[in-house]
Design a protein around this ligand. Sequence first.
Ligand code: FES
Ligand code: FES
Length: 201
Amino acid sequence: MARKQVKKKKAAKAKPRKKAKAAKVLAAEFPRKHRIEVEINGVKYSHEVEPRLLLVHYIRDVVGLTGTHIGCDTTNCGACTVLINGDDGQWKAIKSCTLFAVQANGRKILTIEGLAKDDELHPLQKAFWEHHGLQCGYCTPGMIMSALGYLLINPSPTEMEVRQGISGNLCRCTGYQNIVKAILAAAEEIKASGKPPIEPP
Ligand code: FES
Ligand code: FES
């Protein structure tokens, strides 16, 4: 056999072995799943998740807290809003479809299910109920979490400020009037109670 042909044969044999080795190295460097640890509403969770899993899907499908809704998956509607504690330890409202679950590793998260305490509704939940701040209710969990995030930075908002504060959240039913009324009423009640808008879970 000509020397050239022998060389070719050897190279063909070596290719699959090289590929398999490269795949192994790649898998070790970029594992398909990552372990994350988060605390949601005071409960600790630890799961292996794919890097592409959105936080909203983690909360709903892996943890099973379906109070957080999905309206668009593209950062437009705000239905998926939750609170997350930032590097400074402060709670911030975020749209959970804009974050990968792995980006929330090590964080505390508050969802709509974590607001009521001892069977008592949070002032925002109560105000939405009393002021008819919802119709179909699809936007409501996100709207309430967004309002809560806003009241944390502005506890005494004007009507216009409330409208700006929830401008990232869409409601297709109510026309927003009663939502704004409810948030203003909740702000008053929270102030009168002398308690912080969020009680640690
Ligand atoms: S689902 Fe609409 S902003 Fe996240
Ligand atoms: S109450 Fe129906 S979308 Fe807001």
